[in-house]
Design a binder for this molecule. Structure first.
Ligand SMILES: *Cc1c(COP(=O)(O)O)cnc(C)c1O
Length: 498
């Protein structure tokens, strides 16, 4: 197995190289040269394993240059009760008949990003060692809220690494901001930017691909890598929980081996749902992949018309981790769908960069319609959905997960499809206590985020994650805010180079 660039099919690197480097020099994303397969028998066997063993089984198909011992080191350090509040690492909650909530937020920062970011530092430092890289790895992250904190927790004080996180000043929740600005660790930096998530992401991409900046780092014994889902080391761990969940549902006799399921994913950067796509094409029986968006519904339009058009109003919503108009991982999907034609990808994504718009071929449109259903809902519908689920099923879900539930309900109404369905639950409701309480009709505007947490605990009866309560007594360490043009300067200053 080797990895190619979506913008140059002649690039051929090992998984260690792809993970250490993060993004290809031509600006393309690394993709596996083929999607490995899992037989139904193998999937069934996975159902009797611990999560760490499930992870090792799936990784061994993708990271073929890693030794068994290296994989064990990575999975054992990441997926244990040291970091997660449940032995099974993820939980499956039953919402209503045949509908399962896949809770991906039992890690240290209470969002699904932990599933990948708890393991990425181990994958990355192991990769660097394997390719004899003796440089300090500098991680730059653009975050819409959850990635930043999860990456900071994963990388803090990891030897040989340094991490900087940029977040949109007004684009994250009070709890997310508190989580990041109080971050501990000697190798971390956190900075707000005056702009939205796309500005932050473009700024990070620009710095990554700037040859002069790369040389400057190199001269100082450093190199960049990425913890965003453009890094294959972020995406591969996300495939695991879809395989794992299917295997678990079989083990629990909820479905029979071979039965198809639908998968619903609240989507922003298209990383999580792309992982489900990979799981499907490895052999997990999946009927529809259902892509749920908030008012930033660029993906809904794309998946239904084949026209990607980012020239539209940007909305700041109550599901901020999905407030994205450029979904980076779509590039990987389209590369696979257009027959791995790098020229086509260069053309489409060139247009996206210059005109903010491209249209895929008729053939690709057909394949998209085959694989995906897409829908969206606004903040009002999201809140109504939270209240309804709470009242009907005594289940409290966060604002992102509620978008998925609402779009799934619309899908069932539109199609009558009764296939059993897994809905990705991507954050603990406590990360967005204010909005969730407001949805339940209990919000008092002036309360601070910790009083809100207490009130939500009263309403939901869910235990408050210890990591969130602990924030209350932590000091703010990072309060800087810069223009997007000044992100380079912040990086140099933090690294003490000039
Ligand atoms: C990041 C995030 C999403 C979106 O996931 P993508 O992989 O970017 O599509 C959805 N919900 C929550 C809570 C998130 O943190």
């Amino acid at each position: 197995m080797f990895y190619k660039s979506t913008r140059n099919s002649d690039v051929k690197v090992s998984s260690a190289q792809a993970i250490a480097q993060g993004i290809s020099k031509d600006g393309g994303l690394f993709v596996p040269s083929e999607i490995p397969s899992l037989t139904l028998e193998e999937i069934k066997e996975i159902g009797s394993m611990s999560y760490a063993d499930r992870a090792a089984a799936v990784f061994s198909k993708y990271l073929t240059d890693f030794t068994e011992a290296e994989l064990r080191y990575c999975v054992d350090n990441a997926y244990s009760t040291k970091n997660f509040d449940t032995e099974s690492i993820t939980e499956i909650a039953h919402l209503f008949d045949g509908t399962y909530m896949l809770e991906l937020w039992h890690g240290p920062t209470c969002a699904f990003k932990d599933m990948a970011l708890q393991i990425l530092p181990y994958l990355l430092t192991t990769s660097a060692k394997k390719i004899n890289l003796d440089k300090k790895i500098v991680i730059l992250v653009a975050t819409s809220g959850d990635t930043g904190k999860a990456a900071l927790e994963g990388f803090k004080d990891v030897p040989g690494t340094s991490i900087m996180v940029f977040y949109p000043e007004d684009g994250v929740s009070a709890m997310q901001k508190k989580q990041m600005t109080t971050q501990e660790g000697e190798n971390v930096g956190v900075c707000a930017i005056k702009g939205n998530f796309d500005d932050a992401q473009n700024g990070v991409k620009r710095i990554f691909t700037d040859a002069d900046i790369a040389k400057k780092l190199n001269d100082n014994g450093m190199m960049f890598s990425s913890a965003n889902s453009i890094n294959w080391g972020r995406l591969a761990p996300q495939i695991i929980y879809y395989v794992s969940t299917y295997a678990q549902l079989v083990a629990d006799n909820e479905i029979a081996l071979g039965d198809k399921i639908n998968v619903v994913v609240p989507t922003g950067n298209f990383g999580n749902i792309l992982a489900a796509y990979y799981a499907k094409h490895m052999g997990v029986p999946v009927n529809k992949l259902i892509c749920a968006s908030n008012s930033n519904n660029v993906l809904t339009d794309f998946l239904t018309t084949g026209i990607y058009d980012r020239n539209r109003k940007f909305y700041t919503t109550i599901s901020p981790s999905m407030d994205i108009l450029i979904s980076s991982n779509l590039e990987r999907l389209l590369y696979h769908l257009c027959g791995e034609n790098d020229a086509t990808i260069r053309e489409w994504f060139g247009k996206l960069a210059t005109e903010g718009k491209y249209e895929v071929s008729e053939e690709v449109k057909k394949m998209l319609a085959d694989e995906f259903y897409a829908g969206c809902c606004d903040d009002e519908a999201t809140k109504t959905c939270i209240k309804e689920i709470y009242e009907k099923y005594s289940y409290t879900c966060d604002t992102h997960t509620a978008v998925a539930v609402k779009v799934y309900e619309d899908y069932v109404k539109a199609t009558g499809d009764k296939t059993r369905t897994v809905i990705a639950s991507t954050a603990s409701p406590y990360k967005f206590s204010g909005s969730v309480l407001e949805a339940l009709g209990e919000h008092k505007a002036s309360l601070d985020e910790f009083t809100l947490v207490d009130k939500l605990a009263d309403a939901s009866k869910l235990p408050v994650p210890a990591s969130l309560s602990a924030l209350k007594d932590k000091e703010i360490r990072f309060s800087e805010s810069v223009e997007k043009a000044d992100m380079d300067a912040y990086v140099f200053k933090t690294l003490s180079i000039n």
